[in-house]
Design a protein around this ligand. Structure first.
Ligand SMILES: [Zn+2]
Length: 406
């Protein structure tokens, strides 16, 4: 999703509410009608997808003709002018699974269209006079209201997406997608703005620095670090399994379990972490403008790291939140191994808790995770803060060095 209308200087942000319904609890007749709609939609969408992809004009025409079997509000999925057009990224997609099979029925819009909210239920129109009514829990309604308030006075538009798959027949997944469109935020004056630096780090998670500067002095307010939960425990469990496998105990089973413990369900954690950063920023900013930078390493440099996908998805997630809230955010990477004061290569000294970056030339030292923040300040034309940003327990070898006195 995003920018398919390609309007200059305009950004769009999304929030998604996902609801799961047990098929056995739905009215059987209406659900049957929905399944028929899915079947028709899938056939048309598959034909449309491949014809578009292979440049078969006749196929596209045929698909559009067949789409007439669908209620009019579902046909927007094939209308290139519509904001619910589903095939705009057709050339980039590997296969049609995502839009044709996984999200078979894509519906849009507000009242009088394919679906709408009426008091505490979501009404999905199925063509003719038929409707499927889905109860909306109190919590969901509250969430929707909160999100709408977040962007007020801007208005959100809603899109409803319904997913059902034969291989998971017992559940119906319904998503309500809120979308807001706003002018791209202008660059605020870094003097007086709340500065938020989020460094996605392959070893530690996300290290943040929140600071304020009046141009004469830069004050660091907080330096929270967000770490994925229980990594140590998961890795220890995996090591045990691997050891057992090495001794030949139930090799296959133990290896599979080891893999499962090391793998990490990243998406949920990233979303929560990103939301937390924005929440904290607004709290502290207290009405001031906010400038954020997300430092997310590129694919190559973190290819083999366990957090790889997590870190890459942070980019997408935070970009979307910035658009949603209208916050000015950049996504630049700054060096963590170069001294911000004299430009020398920094040495890394590992303690049990931190990796300390140390400059043999000028004596600067700090937690390695905070080094990029200094470079960012320089780029913004702001003075350097007092360092280290946080008290660091110095290892013996550094305490003896004469140059360190901060
Ligand atoms: Zn230096």
């Amino acid at each position: 999703m995003g920018g398919r209308n390609g309007k200059e200087g305009v950004v769009e942000g999304f929030r998604v509410l996902t609801l799961l319904y047990r098929v056995s609890e739905l009215p059987a007749g209406a659900f049957q009608r929905l399944v028929e709609l899915f079947k028709t939609y899938r056939a048309v969408a598959a034909l449309y997808f491949w014809s578009k992809r292979l440049n078969l004009e006749k196929g596209v025409e045929l698909a559009l003709e067949r789409a007439r079997q669908l209620p009019s509000y579902y046909r927007h999925a094939f209308d290139e002018e519509s904001r619910v057009y589903q095939f705009s990224e057709i050339r980039k997609m590997k296969g049609p699974r995502k839009i044709v099979l996984k999200l078979p029925l894509v519906d849009a819009l507000h009242p009088k269209c394919g679906a709408y909210i009426e008091s505490n239920k979501l009404v999905v129109r199925l063509g003719g006079r038929e409707r499927l009514e889905l109860p909306l829990p109190e919590r969901a309604l509250k969430w929707l209201q909160e999100k709408e308030k977040e962007v007020a006075p801007l208005k959100v538009t809603k899109i409803v997406r319904i997913q059902w798959r034969e291989d998971k027949p017992e559940l119906l997944k319904v998503q309500i997608v809120l979308r807001v469109e706003r002018l791209k935020p202008l660059t605020p004056d870094p003097k007086g703005a709340l500065l938020v630096y989020a460094d996605a780090n392959s070893d530690y998670g996300i290290a943040c620095v929140l600071a304020l500067s009046d141009g004469a002095e830069t004050k660091v307010l907080e330096t929270p670090k967000l770490r994925p939960p229980n990594r140590g425990r998961r890795l220890r469990a995996a090591a045990k399994r691997q050891a057992a496998a090495a001794y030949g105990h139930k090799r296959g089973v133990n290896l599979a379990l080891a893999r499962r413990s090391t793998r990490f369900r990243a998406k949920g954690w990233v979303k929560a972490a990103a939301a937390q950063i924005f929440k904290k920023a607004f709290q502290i900013a207290n009405g001031r403008s906010v400038i954020m930078n997300f430092d997310i390493p590129d694919t190559e440099s973190i290819k083999d790291s366990y957090l790889q996908k997590t870190l890459l998805s942070l980019c997408k997630v935070s970009k979307n939140l910035a658009n949603w809230f209208g916050v000015y955010a950049t996504f630049e990477c700054y060096p963590s191994t170069k001294c911000p004061f004299c430009g020398s290569e920094l040495e890394m000294i590992y303690t049990r808790r931190t990796r300390i970056a140390y400059c043999r030339n000028c004596g600067f030292y700090d937690d390695r995770d905070f080094v990029p923040f200094y470079h960012w300040l320089k780029e913004l034309g702001l003075p350097m803060p007092k360092w280290p940003l946080q008290r660091i327990e110095l290892p013996e070898e550094l305490r003896r060095k004469p140059l360190i006195n901060s």
